[in-house]
Design a binder for this molecule. Structure first.
Ligand code: BG6
Length: 480
């Protein structure tokens, strides 16, 4: 890997502490950082580099998946420098350039520069313009820009944001983070299907009856009401994570695909999803909001009573939908997606349900075969099969499969940061996917904003509104 400068905008932020520093440290432990790297953390708070290093050390103690080793942590921390920076002030950029060049000279690093924007979206336009105007991004080596979500708040703002980035960077230099794409089991979908002809042969509408994608959480809005009450589940989880999971599941891997081919296939899948119709808005899109209830044995407030939430908020804390991909592989097969806060369990999973013989003897317990890909918090793949139980003369559904131990594997941010550093954008969200996702959700955003879609409620700690069960049961299936 080439030596480089890593510039982190938002160095004192929550994401940096919880995800970015631990990820860099674990890469360091695995020998996956460049031999020489200058990491420059930027923030408005007046701190010294030693202060930043102490904060990083604390963050590692709290959030690193592996223990912090006393004999090497200082070597890791020495790579970091803090620079006081105001993203809105031109002179900040001039000074940063001089500081960065000095470090490059000191460490003998070529001007390969990776800019990581973990900042409020309203700052991005100015940052990118100033990176260019100050010459910071005009490097003799390579330059890359990693952008955190949210990537826009609707179709128009996403396009606007993208246009700002494109004034300075080309698509190949832009790495839009969707941390779901960094999750080991999501990255493993390809390696599950391609080397297994038996799965490849089953991966289409001839054998599959429906696909279910769930991302349920037990947490509520927490301290993020000012963001979440405007975003809702649809912007927070659906436009990005869930639609990415749909694309990743629907890609056909009959041979090894290059990064460009995967991107192309994902784009084609998004282009083949039926646009949301008025009928969908009434029947196939479920908006929900949690009410008071009990989660993991603890009584919790309803959404409208949470701190910072408007009293009469109609914000969606739950979302479910049925969508169809009209292409040769998936035509006629429903994909059901759902996500919600304050549900009964934390679970992200993809369930592929296979067709059953029409004369299957359901009365003796025969059930459909399922392939269950558990993404979070467990990481496993299992296949539900029917096994005869001779004592009862019935069949028992039995799961065969394997599971991995999370915690022993690199986390999403480790994988994504590493890919960003080596210049592999396979598991980042490319512009066309992002734009097409916003195009799909835009009519839903409009309908929610104008209160044209029903708002269902569900008790905290439940599996979501009844309407989301009716959505799937109407078609003869149930959430697995
Ligand atoms: C984030 C959302 O992108 O994903 C959060 O902003 C959500 O609201 C989180 O809780 C879920 O991620 P994970 O990795 O815990 O499934």
């Amino acid at each position: 890997m080439e030596n480089m400068t890593f510039v982190l905008f938002g160095a004192t932020g929550d994401l940096a502490k919880r995800k970015i520093y631990p990820a860099l440290y674990n890469l360091y432990l695995d020998g996956k950082l460049p031999q020489s790297i200058s990491v420059i953390g930027l923030g408005r708070t007046p701190l010294s580099s030693e202060d930043l290093q102490a904060q990083i050390h604390e963050a590692l103690n709290e959030f690193s998946r592996r223990d912090v080793l006393r004999d090497n942590v200082q070597d890791f921390l020495n790579k970091f420098r803090y620079f006081i920076f105001d993203a809105m002030k031109e002179e900040s950029y001039e000074n940063l350039r001089a500081f960065m060049e000095e470090r490059e000279a000191e460490l003998g690093i070529p001007d390969n520069r990776l800019f990581y924007l973990s900042v409020a979206p309203r700052l991005i336009d100015n940052i990118v313009k100033q990176l260019d105007a100050s010459g910071i991004s005009r490097t003799g080596g390579w330059r890359r820009l990693i952008v955190e979500k949210p990537f826009g708040t609707d179709l128009a703002s996403a396009r606007e944001l993208n246009a700002s980035l494109k004034e300075v960077f080309v698509e190949e230099e832009i790495y839009r983070i969707d941390h779901y794409l960094g999750k080991p089991m999501v990255q493993n979908i390809e390696s599950l299907i391609r080397p297994n002809p038996i799965l490849q042969a089953l991966w289409d509408h001839k054998q599959i009856s429906n696909v279910q994608i769930t991302a349920s959480e037990t947490v509520g809005v927490g301290s993020r009401a000012s963001y979440y009450d405007k975003a809702g589940a649809i912007r927070d989880m659906v436009q990005n994570h869930l639609l990415q999971l749909v694309m990743m599941t629907a890609v056909h891997h009959e041979r090894k695909l290059t990064s460009d081919q995967i991107e192309q296939k994902k784009r084609e899948i998004m282009e083949s999803i039926n646009p949301v119709s008025d009928e969908d808005l009434q029947n196939n899109i479920i908006r929900g909001q949690y009410q008071a209830g009990v989660v993991s044995g603890k009584a919790v407030k309803g959404y409208q009573d949470e701190d910072g939430v408007e009293d009469d908020s109609t914000n969606d804390t739950f979302f479910a939908a049925k969508l169809c991909i009209n292409n040769e592989h998936w035509s006629g097969i429903p994909f059901y997606i759902r996500t919600g806060k304050r549900m009964d369990q934390k679970s992200t999973r993809i369930v592929i349900e296979f067709k059953q013989d029409s004369d299957a003897e359901k009365d003796v317990g025969i059930v459909s075969n399922l392939l269950v890909i558990e993404i979070n918090p467990n990481e496993s793949v299992s296949l539900r099969v029917n096994v005869a139980d001779h004592s009862s003369e019935k069949f028992e559904p039995t799961y065969i499969g394997f599971s991995k131990h999370p915690g022993h594997q690199p986390e999403a941010y480790e994988r994504l940061l590493y890919d960003g550093m080596i210049g592999d954008s396979t598991f980042f969200a490319h512009w066309h996917e992002v734009e097409l996702s916003w195009e799909w959700v835009q009519p839903i955003l409009d309908a929610f904003a104008n209160d044209e879609a029903p708002l269902h409620t569900y008790p905290a700690g439940s599996t979501g509104p009844d309407a989301s069960h009716e959505l799937i049961e109407r078609d003869g299936f149930e959430w697995n």
